[in-house]
Design a protein around this ligand. Structure first.
Ligand code: ZN
Length: 121
């Protein structure tokens, strides 16, 4: 997940936004993947999860398959954090409402809960 983390080293104490691996809970720097699930209806998505490449990525992919099973119509996707950041910065400066050629579709965030199959927000 993207989380705020307290950092007390020099030059000063800060509360820093960071990518934290959802598998090992350590900071992801320079290289990592974002993973998420989406339904055939692309308006339903899971939250975006973060993992180091390699073993952490494989473990998170396995968990995603149980929390958002393909048998329920979920498709699993991923992209590199650097590509995600590039698109995020672009979209921050270019509102969909100002795009005369595109259409923004409503979407639903789906969170799995213990004891329940899923929750839609
Ligand atoms: Zn990790």
């Amino acid at each position: 997940m993207i989380e705020f983390v307290i950092r007390n080293g020099p030059p000063q104490a800060l509360i820093c936004p960071e990518f934290i691996c959802d598998t090992c809970r350590k900071q992801v720097t320079a290289s990592g993947n974002l993973l998420y699930a989406r339904r055939t209806d692309p308006r339903q998505t899971s939250p975006v999860f973060v993992a180091h490449k390699g073993a952490c990525d494989r473990a998170l992919t396995k968990w995603l398959g149980t929390a958002y099973p393909e048998a329920d119509g979920w498709h699993h996707s991923w992209e590199e954090i650097q590509f995600f950041l590039s698109n995020l910065v672009h979209n921050f400066d270019h509102p969909y409402a100002d795009d005369p050629d595109g259409e923004y579709l409503d979407h639903q965030l789906v969170l799995p809960l213990a004891g329940a199959k899923s929750r839609t927000r």
